[in-house]
Design a protein around this ligand. Structure first.
Ligand SMILES: Cc1cc2nc3c(=O)[nH]c(=O)nc-3n(C[C@H](O)[C@H](O)[C@H](O)COP(=O)(O)OP(=O)(O)OC[C@H]3O[C@@H](n4cnc5c(N)ncnc54)[C@H](O)[C@@H]3O)c2cc1C
Length: 515
């Protein structure tokens, strides 16, 4: 098989034209037989807008094409695992993307892992979240961040990552096999949507149960058994479970786990993070700005943006986790905190675009102590709650934030728990406001109207982990053998795809060490 890149279609050309374009690109006679499938598709809006495809082609004597521009041999990733029997059952704490994919691979290898998840299965979790969004009554164990599927379940389920790894296609195929839309196989910015990812995860869990993995939902791990720097098992309110291998996949908001690890002497270090707020705009504004003259052809596809700014205080500001046609959600897991995030349904049809706008912060903002970054974001979340005395988010028009004024919002936010008008200049420290002001002016130059036609809803504090659970080459904690910290909470992933990859790579290591 070969892969042929840069096969281009105009916006008005249908995909039935691909075969013809391919024939032309490979200089084939009109009778020569071949088959192809789409490996990747991206929309290129530079100069004359077009779609650019990479196609995997099956054709005889493929070597003869390798001298051509944009053509390479294609080697698909093949998982070669011979299932074996093992004398122990690994324990996995946390069933978000990293835990899910670690479990998936271990099951394939013949293990029968035991999974503990503090939150509920999806159906009950959805009920808990809907109840929260209607009444403001939060279930601290089962919410937007905790429960089957982890933090990415109430999300846009974007699968974008900057990591290049052959296992990405493996993960994509697993998601498709359990019900994800097929186009995630090739779209440049694939997304599944909160509605569809819920089904995918339920199907996956059901299948893993059938194949020998046991699941303990609504069961929080409250203690770790560690003796002579070796993990021995875990403790929950329901019992003690022994295993020489414990995968810690708890996400970035399991604050009790960080405290427990510290108490137990597991090596932790703090890391830089970012804080800010969500901005929200009419989706149509973003589409018109992004698509320009091609708006009429492309308006059915809600557009995205990725923005970055350098600021005079040397604090980078960036847009993060943009949700086209989405909804701003309260991602809290504590009754007395307010924090925002974003999600979208598969169709991305809410008519509003939201994205976090975040400023990088470091020890100059929060100090040197180990738990200082965590304490810093906790204080912001608590402050927001204390201002509203409810689950309402703080909100302000972007133009008012820049003028330090407060006026009624220019439109209603998608945030369902209500908003409280507040001057966010009084919320963040001065250097953070300065960086955000500068960045917003820069973003308005790139996307005119960004300031005048947008609102702020916040705060957003949880884009990455405040601590790293440091591990060695074998992916075990540097000072606790058998303990495998993975994913976002361990400081080794950010986003669904990178955490899923981290789960897979760690599972490979465990299989290698145990075989
Ligand atoms: C609202 C929202 C939208 C997002 N949108 C996107 C997106 O579109 N695309 C993207 O790539 N990323 C998105 N993210 C980020 C993404 O979800 C995370 O990066 C990813 O889920 C992290 O995976 P993880 O496996 O490391 O941890 P998590 O997904 O956080 O899962 C950790 C799990 O561990 C469980 N747990 C914690 N402590 C314990 C304990 N003591 N005992 C038992 N269980 C425990 C938790 O309940 C949780 O289910 C979003 C996040 C949120 C909150």
């Amino acid at each position: 098989m070969i892969i042929v890149r840069q096969v281009k279609l105009d916006l008005l050309e249908g995909e039935e034209k691909l075969a013809l374009k391919l024939r032309h690109k490979l200089h084939l006679d009109k009778d020569e037989k071949f088959s192809y499938k789409i490996e990747h598709r991206s929309l290129d809006l530079r100069k004359k807008a077009h779609y650019s495809y990479s196609l995997i082609v099956e054709i005889k004597n493929e070597q003869r094409f390798l001298h051509l521009k944009d053509v390479e041999l294609y080697k698909p990733f093949k998982l070669e695992l011979k299932p074996q029997q093992y004398p122990f059952r690994p324990i996995i704490i946390g069933y978000g993307p990293s835990g899910i994919f670690a479990n998936y691979l271990l099951v394939k290898a013949g293990f029968k892992p035991i999974v503990f998840e503090r939150g509920s299965r999806i159906l009950n979790r959805v009920k808990a979240v809907e109840h929260f969004l209607k009444t403001g009554e939060l279930n601290e164990e089962s919410n937007v961040q905790f429960g089957e599927g982890g933090a990415g379940t109430f999300s846009d389920a974007k699968l974008t990552t900057r990591i290049k790894d052959p296992l990405i296609s493996f993960i994509t195929e697993v998601l498709i096999a359990y019900g994800a839309p097929c186009e995630i196989r090739y779209e440049h910015h694939p997304h599944i949507g909160t509605d569809k990812i819920r089904t995918v995860i339920q199907n996956l869990t059901d299948d893993m149960m059938q194949k020998g993995s046991s699941f303990h939902f609504d069961e929080r791990v409250s203690d770790l058994l560690i003796k002579d720097h070796q993990i021995k098992g875990v403790i929950t309110a329901k019992g003690t479970y022994q295993s020489p291998v414990v995968i810690l996949a708890c996400g970035h908001s399991s604050e009790d786990i960080y405290e427990l690890l510290y108490k137990k002497g597991v090596y932790l270090e703090n890391k830089a993070l970012a804080v800010g707020f969500r901005v929200e705009h009419p989706q149509e504004l973003i589409d018109r700005l992004q698509y320009k003259d091609n708006y009429a052809f492309l308006k059915e596809i809600p557009s995205e943006y990725f923005l970055r700014a350098k600021t005079s205080l040397n604090k980078g500001v960036f847009s993060f986790c943009m949700c086209p046609g989405g909804e701003i959600v309260n991602a809290s897991f504590k009754k007395d905190r307010v924090l925002t995030n974003g999600m979208s349904y598969y169709k991305r049809d809410s008519q509003l675009a939201n994205s976090a706008i975040l400023v990088q912060i470091d020890t100059s903002d929060y100090g040197e102590a180990l738990f200082a970054p965590l304490d810093y974001i906790k204080a912001l979340e608590k402050k927001a709650y204390d201002i509203t005395r409810s689950n309402k988010a703080l909100a302000q028009n972007i133009k008012d934030y820049l003028k330090k004024e407060v006026h009624p919002l220019i439109f209603n936010s998608s945030y369902r728990l209500g908003t409280k008008l507040y001057d966010l200049n009084a919320f963040f420290d001065a250097p953070i406001n300065k960086a955000l002001h500068e960045a917003l002016h820069h973003f308005d130059k790139l996307l005119p109207g960004f300031i005048d036609k947008g609102i702020i809803v916040g705060p957003e504090t949880r884009s990455s982990a405040p601590l790293r659970i440091k591990r060695d080459q074998s992916r075990q904690s540097v000072n606790t053998k058998g303990l495998y910290p993975i994913g976002e909470g361990a400081g080794y992933g950010g986003g669904i795809m990178s955490c899923a990859l981290d789960g897979l790579h760690t599972a490979f290591k465990i299989i290698e060490i145990s075989s």
